[in-house]
Design a protein around this ligand. Structure first.
Ligand SMILES: O=P(O)(O)OC[C@@H](O)[C@@H](O)c1c[nH]c2ccccc12
Length: 255
């Protein structure tokens, strides 16, 4: 599946027409995660569908969802812009930027410099870069290009080997540990515990995927991660603000 997605992206890149830049006020994802109102920073995700779960919601009120995430205290918003696999759209980034003040992470499969420039023009504050879907030299180039444009990167790893190799190329400021095995689509939040010792102590760490309950959050907080990225659980909630409030508010963790 991942190979197929990357093949689709290569074709998209070939056909990409650069949009005109939109005017937005950029805000820092890293800072938002560190200054979270909760014990853990929350990157709340907007996605209509996923390859593993199919359609998550029938209709998508992008601005309304963004507002309910902000109201409940999310630190940042992740927006899927891939259409073929996640039913995302590029224009959602500007819609979210217009609706809220939170940093917006563009969630897509970015493998080419053109997509980094495009993300900047679409108004994103940060982009996702996935280790394992391109050469590490390429990842480093895209990372540097992004920071030169004033975009931050969430650099995603899936296992210890990727974490080790990554550190030989860049010292990412924000690292995402994806608990989902991209080959089997299974999630296990223990993956974060396994990989954490291989990550730089200075990096801001975000645990991604398969996070559902307050117990999951307490477990991750006690591991020492700075933030979590949640998609499906929030998208499927009938009242998204309430879901965030009951998962995060007054959260007390034991060390
Ligand atoms: O819906 P979940 O299980 O809460 O997971 C969200 C997020 O981690 C997931 O959407 C994701 C993580 N890395 C990605 C890379 C591409 C597309 C999607 C993703």
């Amino acid at each position: 599946m991942l190979d197929q997605i990357i093949a689709t992206k290569k074709e998209e890149v070939r056909l990409l027409e650069m949009p005109a830049p939109v005017a937005v006020k950029r805000v820092s994802l890293k800072q938002a995660l560190l200054e979270s109102t909760f014990d853990l920073g929350l990157i709340a995700e907007i996605k209509q569908a996923s390859p593993s779960k199919g359609l998550l919601v029938e209709t998508l009120d992008v601005k309304g969802i963004a507002r309910s995430y902000q109201m409940a205290g999310a630190s940042a918003i992740s927006v899927l812009t891939d259409y073929p696999y996640f039913k995302g759209k590029k224009e959602y980034i500007k819609q979210v930027k217009d609706a809220v003040d939170l940093p917006v992470l563009r969630k897509d499969f970015i493998i080419d410099a053109k997509q980094v420039e495009e993300s900047y023009r679409l108004g994103a504050d940060a982009i996702l870069l996935i280790a394992g879907v391109m050469e590490y030299n390429q990842l480093r180039e895209l990372y540097e290009q992004a920071y030169e444009l004033g975009l931050e990167c969430l650099v995603e790893v899936h296992d210890e080997e990727e974490a080790h190799t990554l550190l030989q190329y860049i010292k990412p400021e924000i690292v995402g540990v994806n608990n989902r095995n991209l080959k089997t689509f299974q999630t296990s939040i223990n993956q974060t515990e396994l990989i954490l010792p291989s990550l730089s102590k200075e990096a801001v760490i975000v645990s991604e995927s398969g996070i559902r309950t307050k117990d999951d959050l307490i477990y991750l907080k006690n591991l020492g991660v700075h933030g979590v990225l949640m998609g499906e659980t929030l998208m499927k909630a009938t009242d998204r603000s309430k879901a965030i409030e009951s998962l995060f508010a007054n959260e007390r963790t034991v060390r």
